[in-house]
Design a protein around this ligand. Structure first.
Ligand code: MN
Length: 277
């Protein structure tokens, strides 16, 4: 197994001389050829050296899944751009432990084609890739275009470049990422938000295949009526024309609940549970 800094036949040796350039690892869940990642790479290249390591095809809604039961193939499709037959999280791991000659200063994931808001972020491959970066103690953010119809990536890419510069200057605390959602233009400003509660309603569509066997197709109702939301939520920010920046914690522990459960261990011990035999 190769580690960071190992000699690597897929990576050309580049001598930067005395120039010390910050390094960004860029990934996504829409695939290495998606316009969102290519436009973002262009914008970020004005800030730092950018290496793209992204899935070879769309891997949206794969969350933080790993490919453990199939081989993973990796191909250099251009200089500094790798196509990987795995999930976004596979891409980050392969980049950090094999492809990159040194640890990057920032992991960026996106620009996703569609929003990543509220409880939906639990399914998001885009957000998961940023979390994987933070799991390696590397500052990270995920960025998504909060629209289903009007995919204009340029403004979001420029915003991502500003944000990248800011985080490179003053990195996020360990164990944190930013989840960024950019609404369609015109954008009124930027809001620091909380994760909203509303999620997209799942639809299970039942059908029959040509051999008479029943199958199901998961679909989503994207046009829900406005639900009751926290005024500081990510949903409301983008609905009102603001860029939503949600700081997320990797540690999912509910500390208030842990405190409220302080008496549980003693009460369990009274119940003589046969845990040790
Ligand atoms: Mn996606």
């Amino acid at each position: 197994m190769r580690g960071v800094g190992g000699s690597n036949p897929l990576v050309p040796t580049i001598d930067f001389g005395l120039i010390s350039l910050a390094a960004i690892l860029l990934t996504n869940d829409d695939g290495v050829h998606s316009p969102g990642i290519l436009i973002l790479a262009e914008a970020l290249s004005g800030v730092a050296g950018v290496t793209i390591v992204a899935p070879d095809r769309e891997k949206s809604a794969t969350s933080q899944s790993l490919t453990l039961h199939d081989p993973i193939r990796c191909e250099a499709v251009a200089e500094g751009r790798y196509s990987v037959s795995g999930t976004p999280t596979d891409c980050v791991i392969l980049a950090l432990h094999y492809l990159l000659p040194a640890r990057p200063d920032l992991v960026v994931s996106g620009i996703n084609r569609g929003p990543n808001l509220g409880r939906d972020i639990g399914y998001s491959g885009t957000v998961a890739a940023a979390i994987e970066g933070a799991n390696h103690d590397i500052p990270a953010f995920a960025i998504s275009l909060a629209t289903w119809t009007d995919f204009q990536y340029q403004g979001a890419a420029q915003f991502a470049a500003c944000l990248a510069r800011r985080i490179l200057d003053s990195p996020l605390p360990r164990g944190s990422i930013l989840n960024v959602n950019v609404p369609v233009a015109p954008v009124k400003g930027v809001r620091i938000t909380c994760q909203g509660k509303r999620n997209i309603r799942n639809l299970v569509v039942e059908n029959t295949d040509p051999r008479g066997r029943k199958y199901f197709w998961l679909d989503q109702d994207l046009h829900l009526p406005e639900a009751e939301e926290n005024p500081a939520s990510d949903y409301l920010a983008v609905a009102e024309g603001y860029v939503s920046l949600t700081p997320l914690r990797i540690d999912r522990t509910n500390y208030d609940l842990a405190e409220a459960m302080a008496s549980w261990p003693a009460s369990f011990s009274k119940e003589a549970i046969p845990l040790t035999q």
